[in-house]
Write a protein that binds this ligand. Structure first.
Ligand code: SER
Length: 593
């Protein structure tokens, strides 16, 4: 028997209420953006609802106005090792509302409170709330206003914690960018009566909603510059809220996971209650992989593709660990259920290509993985051994640790940290040798600001200039995305670019590379930049002073960098594909080698 689950408060109901509430406050509803960030090479995936809105939080005007709301798909891999408990996920959806220099603290806080507690909306128990506000430091003052607002709404002083930047400050995952103090809302997730005092370290108080007041811009020099704008960015995890509304202490009992858990149970013949950790890893990882593939990721050995591969491999091994039988054909069945759950929300989740990609991974790796699992011997455990298992059998460290845990082998925390660290060093050395840049990318962050992406950055400037020379000056950049494997460049152009034109463009770029043109940078005002003929799509993004990069006599563009110093550093440039991106916008994928 599986237990008590099936949500009475469904995910579709929660989605609808959230949307209706913010529409009633004049917000424009935005569909979720892709999991793959546009114009941002600092992280592989979108990690928060605000991520696609960064340019607008920094000052660009948004076509839909100043009040926006959405439920955004997110993928975070930094706490991969936590997945398996009741509340951690790699894939999750974030409900959020935004003010782009419109309303500020008062409206944001009062609306959060009304949505959570009003009988017409979520009707949660007002006595089970606690909040935290920013205590203040040398960068920004104590958030008295939020403190007063909460008190005014009826939260007792004992339930308002004042915390430091570590807890009550938020900025995007790529580190630099819009940020600010936040106020976090906690709910007592336990059947007991909540204590009078709020102790943020008591895990029964769970954070349910974060309101960030994005007034600052954290720049490369690690200083906080006032944005001169009053932005609000809020985020509330959908699965967690759904669990609370249904009185569950386990996110996996909600209706976005439970059918998957039931499927794993019926196809393995095992009980969820006996192997919660394993069931949860499978449900989470297959969901995350399917979502990423539905946004265009292909499993591979680098970048986003590698994240997907790593998630699917771990799901395969975990299924194997559940009952010791090779899980042939199971991933695909699990994907079918996930597709059914999400199809009404994200129609792209139903796609034979996703099914095929998942099958391919199983066919390629299942027997290799299982033979590796059988070889794991805890007596040999050290960084080098982990690296060998990874190289020879595709077993990444978290899988090896899962296997040992399942066998009941206790690994001391310090030992674990040390061997994982040694593994990383071995991996990085190996990657430096093979000149790939996927090292560290799994963790997100700024790991991709390496030499390869710098070369790609400069190549996008050459490409834009070449496109304009061959196709005409109506071509403008509409977006770009770079990782260590390829670049994607979107530009305005009304029809397909012919093969012949593509070859001319490619040749023109390679000629500039062979000319070894110098790349120089000058800082100037936006006005001066425009006068100098520099191209730029994000004029307002960088404030008054901008950097203009000039490549010989060939290209001049406003850009934040980084770039190579001479074009010959780029290497050989090759266009892989040209396709439609959206109406009037074409997309080129290209590689350098
Ligand atoms: N960006 C904030 C967060 O992720 C609020 O949306 O918590």
């Amino acid at each position: 028997k599986l237990g008590d689950a099936m949500s009475e408060f469904s995910h579709t109901k929660l989605r609808k209420l959230f949307r209706n509430y913010f529409e009633s406050k004049q917000h424009i509803w935005l569909p979720s953006a892709s999991l793959l960030p546009e114009n941002d090479s600092s992280v592989l995936f979108v990690t928060a609802g605000m991520h696609p809105l960064v340019p607008y939080l920094l000052g660009q005007s948004h076509p839909s106005g100043k009040r926006l709301a959405s439920i955004q798909k997110c993928l975070r891999t930094d706490d991969l090792n936590e997945v398996g408990d009741a509340t951690h996920h790699t894939f999750f959806e974030m409900m959020g509302n935004w003010s782009l220099n419109d309303y500020f603290k008062k409206e944001a806080i009062c609306w959060s409170w009304e949505f959570l507690t009003d009988q017409n909306w979520l009707a949660l128990d007002k006595n089970k709330f606690a909040v935290s506000v920013f205590a203040g430091d040398s960068d920004a003052p104590f958030d008295q206003e939020s403190f007063d607002l909460w008190e005014h709404l009826g939260i007792a002083r004992d339930r308002i914690a004042k915390l430091t930047k570590v807890d009550n400050w938020w900025g995007p995952a790529g580190r630099v960018g819009p940020c600010g103090p936040d106020t976090e809302i906690f709910y007592w997730r336990d059947s007991s009566i909540p204590p009078r005092y709020f102790d943020p370290h008591d895990s029964r108080w769970v954070e349910i909603w974060n309101n960030v007041f994005m007034q600052y811009d954290l720049r490369q020099d690690e200083k906080f510059y006032p944005l001169g704008r009053k932005n609000v960015d809020t985020g509330m995890g959908l699965a967690r809220m759904l669990a609370i509304l249904n009185g569950y202490d386990d996110d996996y009992r909600t209706d976005i996971f439970w059918p998957v858990i039931e499927t794993v149970s019926s196809i393995t013949g095992e009980n969820y209650d006996d192997q919660k950790r394993e069931f949860r890893i499978v449900a989470d990882h297959v969901t995350a992989a399917a979502m990423a593939i539905s946004d265009g990721v292909i499993p591979s050995n680098k970048g986003e593709g590698f994240v997907v591969r790593r998630l699917l491999r771990r799901a395969l091994v975990t299924l194997y660990l559940i009952n010791g039988r090779p899980p042939e054909g199971l991933l695909e069945k699990i994907y079918q259920i996930i597709a059914e759950i999400y199809q009404p929300i994200y129609s792209s989740i139903v796609n034979p290509e996703i099914r095929q990609a998942i099958i391919n991974e199983e066919v390629r790796y299942l027997s290799l993985l299982i033979s590796g699992v059988k070889k794991i011997d805890e007596k040999n455990l050290n960084g080098e051994y982990l690296f060998d298992l990874y190289q020879s059998h595709g077993l990444s460290p978290e899988i090896v640790l899962d296997v040992l845990r399942k066998r009941g082998t206790a690994i001391d925390k310090d030992v674990r940290i040390k061997i994982l660290h040694d593994f990383q060093i071995k991996l990085q050395k190996h990657q430096e040798l093979s000149r790939t840049a996927s090292g560290g990318m799994f963790r997100g962050g700024l790991a991709d600001q390496g030499e390869i992406s710098t070369r790609y950055h400069t190549a996008t400037h050459l490409l834009q200039a070449a496109l304009r020379k061959i196709l005409g000056n109506s071509v403008f950049q509409r977006g770009s995305n770079i990782n260590s494997e390829r670049m994607r460049f979107d530009f305005s152009y009304p029809h397909k670019v012919s093969e012949g034109q593509l070859r001319q463009i490619e040749d023109l770029v390679n000629q500039q590379i062979n000319r070894d043109l110098p790349v120089t940078m000058n800082e100037m005002s936006v006005e001066e930049a425009k006068k100098s003929g520099a191209l730029g799509i994000f004029d307002s993004k960088y404030g008054n002073r901008v950097k203009v990069y000039t490549i010989g006599d060939f290209s001049k563009e406003i850009c934040g960098g980084p770039h190579v110093q001479h074009t010959s550093e780029i290497g050989y440039f090759k266009i892989i594909k040209e396709e439609a991106s959206s109406a009037g916008v074409r997309r080129i994928k290209a590689m350098i080698s």
